[in-house]
Design a protein around this ligand. Structure first.
Ligand code: 4NP
Length: 594
């Protein structure tokens, strides 16, 4: 293929729209986030007429959008005013006045971590400056700091009495607590049913708080805490389906018919999700969801799989009938380039079972393969559409995506296995993924690629295992934890302390930094980094590149005026195109070589 043909193919691929269902507004309006037409924006679809309307004007990455409320007609969100550096202010847009977004109040720009609105006027959010992470209440014309949050956390819900959220609030790297802020008394209470437990995602119904916790037996379950009586109990389900499915995590949940106190939940295991109402299975198709909103008895969700492009489904939880509000399919010439996607497990160096997804191209087996390392590290590759993975597969690569220890999706015990050990056991799991791909006859030559934590892992792997990989692509990577810590704001300082097991151990930070092993690097390296990234700052990466041994071919792509989050199809193209061009040179395939 010629360069122009490769660009055209990739462009077609990254233009396949993605969706995240955010919630619903009054008047049958289902609100979602999408890159339909290019820039990521907030949209709504009129679920009766099926007409779509874009609500925001400038590109808006998926960080910091308050859940739209069915009693309201406005959406509140954090608008970055610093070209990707996440210096944000709270904005609002009215559904009846699309593209007329406006700042809610004068405020200092800050990193906004979770917002929730509880009527048309009031909004609560957690904001981080260089010195502190605090809880704020804002309304038209005013914004007030009401409490400091110790550690790291975000707001998940609010009503007329309370603001709730969760995070690392006791600075214990292996626990997460809930916070409950009472608006009338301005008192902040940090709550856990048991010290050391992980509690997440509180959702309010009057004084009742629905949340996920592992406090009883280590398994993530849903619980209700009654702030009025102080009691905590498991919800009672009328159907046994949910318990029989034995979900390991609950990525989405909420109150269903709040007056009756029934709940809905999405359960997850083995990289798949299923929906339940009052414990009863809603016939959701295989795959995963990006955002779920219940309207009456209808479960609205953005559905996809690794090989099926995203769409928005409305599933009636009573009848089970499914209506595609927005449908997309792969053009047949693209479908031909895809092989199978399958879920596998392999044993790592110490016997730990590591789950992974394998996505095969239609090329030869064994053939060139990419170990794709996800970000986070508390995240995962599930059976969900990924434009980056799809770009690799369509360019002729098999992909293995290990859910290394520390990944989400397999319960808290597994998620906590790399806390205090970043770049240790998790790194070896990634290396074992390469071995597994070779031994199972899928791979001959192998590259490692990743973004953010995946970019960090790629740099570290090329330094620690210089003979294993044909080349590497590191996007938004981390080269030096010591310098990264110094450049971070209050929230990210806390995240780094938490990830490294509490406190600042400079020796460990140095030991696990790619820059410590830079002299060993042999394989060609492609570095892609945004100039204004404040989560993984650019400066340590520039220094790392200058230290690469002479003779190691490397590319360094710095993207001006961009930050850590992608805001448009063009941003995705800016990451994927240099990656695929570089791979074509150092890991050629039939369909991708220059
Ligand atoms: P992520 O990025 O993989 O996109 O979540 C990260 C950015 C910063 C840190 C970790 C991950 N950090 O610890 O500073």
């Amino acid at each position: 293929l010629k360069v122009s043909e490769r660009i055209a193919l990739l462009e077609k691929l990254v233009q396949i729209p993605t969706y995240y269902v955010l919630g619903a507004l009054s008047g049958d309006r289902l609100v979602y986030h999408s890159n339909e037409g290019g820039p990521f924006s907030i949209w709504y679809i009129d679920t009766k007429r099926k007409t779509r309307q874009r609500l925001t004007k400038e590109p808006l990455p998926l960080i910091g959008i308050a859940e739209p409320r069915q009693t309201a007609s406005k959406v509140f969100f954090a608008r970055d005013l610093s070209k990707g550096a996440e210096g944000s202010k709270v904005f609002a847009v009215q559904a009846d006045k699309p593209e007329e977004e406006y700042p809610l109040a004068e405020m200092e720009p800050m990193r906004i971590l979770g917002l929730a609105s509880f009527d048309e006027r009031m909004i609560a959010f957690a904001g981080s400056t260089s010195s502190s992470l605090s809880l704020y209440l804002a309304r038209e014309g005013s914004c007030e700091k009401v409490a400091d949050l110790p550690g790291f956390g975000g707001v998940t819900d609010a009503n007329e009495r309370y603001v709730v959220g969760s995070g690392f609030l006791r600075k214990n790297p292996k626990s997460e607590e809930l916070f409950l802020f009472e608006i009338s008394t301005r008192s902040l209470k940090i709550f856990t049913p048991k010290e050391g437990a992980v509690n997440k995602g509180p959702r309010l119904n009057g004084s009742k708080v629905l949340f996920e916790s592992n406090y009883e037996d280590g398994k993530n379950r849903l619980y209700i805490h009654d702030a009025a009586s102080g009691s905590t109990f498991r919800p009672h389900f009328t159907s046994p389906d949910y318990d029989a499915y034995y979900p390991l995590e609950n990525p989405f949940f909420g109150w269903f018919e709040p007056a009756l106190g029934r709940i809905w939940a999405v359960g997850k295991r083995d990289g798949e999700m299923r929906g339940f109402v009052d414990g009863k299975f809603v016939p959701t198709p295989p795959g995963c969801f990006n955002g779920v909103a219940f309207v009456g008895s209808t479960m609205n969700c953005a559905h996809s799989t690794l090989i099926r492009p995203p769409r928005i489904l409305a599933i009636d939880s009573n009848s089970g009938s499914t209506d595609a509000l927005i449908e997309n399919s792969l053009p047949s010439e693209m479908r031909q380039k895809l092989g199978r996607a399958h879920y596998e497990k392999y044993n790592s160096f110490d016997g730990q079972e590591v789950p992974c997804f394998v996505i095969e191209s239609n090329g030869a087996k064994p053939g060139p393969l990419i170990v794709y390392v996800h970000g986070g590290p508390a995240s995962e590759v599930a059976n969900l559409w990924s434009a980056i993975i799809a770009s690799f597969v369509f360019s002729g690569y098999h992909v293995i995506a290990p859910n290394f220890r520390g990944s989400t999706g397999y319960g808290e015990e597994y998620r906590l296995k790399n806390v205090g050990d970043l770049g240790g056991g998790d790194m070896k799991d990634m290396v074992e993924a390469a071995r597994f791909a070779k031994e199972s006859g899928l791979a001959d030559s192998i590259a490692m690629c990743g973004y953010s934590y995946g970019g960090y892992s790629t740099l570290l792997a090329l330094g620690m295992y210089p003979d294993l990989f044909a080349c590497g692509v590191a996007g938004a990577s981390i080269a030096d934890w010591v310098e990264q810590y110094e450049l971070s704001d209050a929230a990210f300082k806390n995240i780094i302390e938490m990830l490294f097991g509490g406190g600042v151990n400079r020796d460990l930070l140095r030991e696990r930094s790619p820059v410590t092993y830079v002299e060993n690097v042999k394989a060609p390296l492609c570095i892609i980094h945004s100039q204004n990234d404040t989560r993984t700052p650019l400066v340590p990466i520039l220094k790392y590149a200058l230290k690469l041994p002479k003779g190691v071919p490397f590319e360094l792509h710095v993207k001006p005026d961009l930050g850590h989050a992608v805001a448009s199809v063009d941003d995705v193209m800016n990451i994927v195109f240099p990656a695929v061009e570089f791979l074509g040179k150092y890991l050629p395939t039939d369909g991708n070589s220059s």
